[in-house]
Design a protein around this ligand. Sequence first.
Ligand code: A3P
Length: 336
Amino acid sequence: GARTRAGPVAASPDVDMAELPLETRCPPTPLRQYGGFWWPEPILPGVLAARAGFEPRPSDVFLASFPKSGTTWLKALAFAALHRADHPPRAPGHPLRRRNPHDCVEFLEGLFALSPSPVKGGDVFAAHPSPRVIATHIPYSLLPERVTAEGAGCKVVYVCRDPKDAFVSTWMFANKMVEAAADNNGDSPPPPAPFTIEDAFELYCHGRSMGGPQWHHVAGYWEASRRRPGKVLFLRYEDMLRDPAGNVSKLAEFMGCAFSAEEEAAGVVRDIVELCSIDALKNLEANKDGGQSYVKNESFFRKGVAGDWRNHMTLAMAVRLDKIVEDALQGSEFTF
Ligand code: A3P
């Protein structure tokens, strides 16, 4: 439930999925609870396979997030900053002008889920040149131990978002995935029943959403960033909106590729912020068309603001969720 504290679990590739708690009311896929968090059933084998078989390199940079918290933006910013020597942000042929950010930076558990044999999933990442940027929705306590081990060298950047905005974005995205699944279903199936905000909210309050409970996901990374500040950087989506350039500079410095004074003067930071802005990205053909099998690329770009929850949640819902989060985080120094 919502108040279960997540603890570290032993790596166990032979977990019996059918034995794990099941939640079928969160479309588009069933969720299974593992290690204190709820996972889309098709993804969990990828998490287990990555824990068993991923071979980190000291130069790896992980981009971690609870879903719908700014992952796409963080992927674009980190990719653009880290690869700016090969791909100057103003270049017309920049990879982010031709491909969706999710095709430029892949999800660890997603790739391992596509090829759940640890060896095959590992091979895909082994083929990537260093430094690798790899995204994940895995909570800190369940990251492969080889990634978080002292001496591993890997860096982790986390983006945190207000739980109410993350909820609204999650709920809307779930409906997009339901539509995409119906579209993929071939000849005129009956239109899928929408996932109502009331149902989605009740489940979210109990931690039952992809990656939930959101507040434990966030608190786990926040605590890790306090313990290991050189290895775990904690960013906030709302801060990034207020000061994108300052946060990109912080991100680059953390990744070991700080901007030089010359680059700053030449406007490289500003160019990266512009390249990765929601308005620039959402208008690219690559982000209007195509997509993953489970959702269209355009669904990753909605409003991109702080506080949109006010347009969808009642005040009573907001008060209730804030209280749940506050109670669950008692004893943690973290606050949203
Ligand atoms: P909203 O649904 O509130 O608009 P994720 O990338 O983790 O799936 O998160 C999606 C959220 O980030 C969506 O929020 C989306 O609009 C927003 N987003 C996507 N690209 C963005 C960008 N370049 N800058 C700011 N926000 C962005």
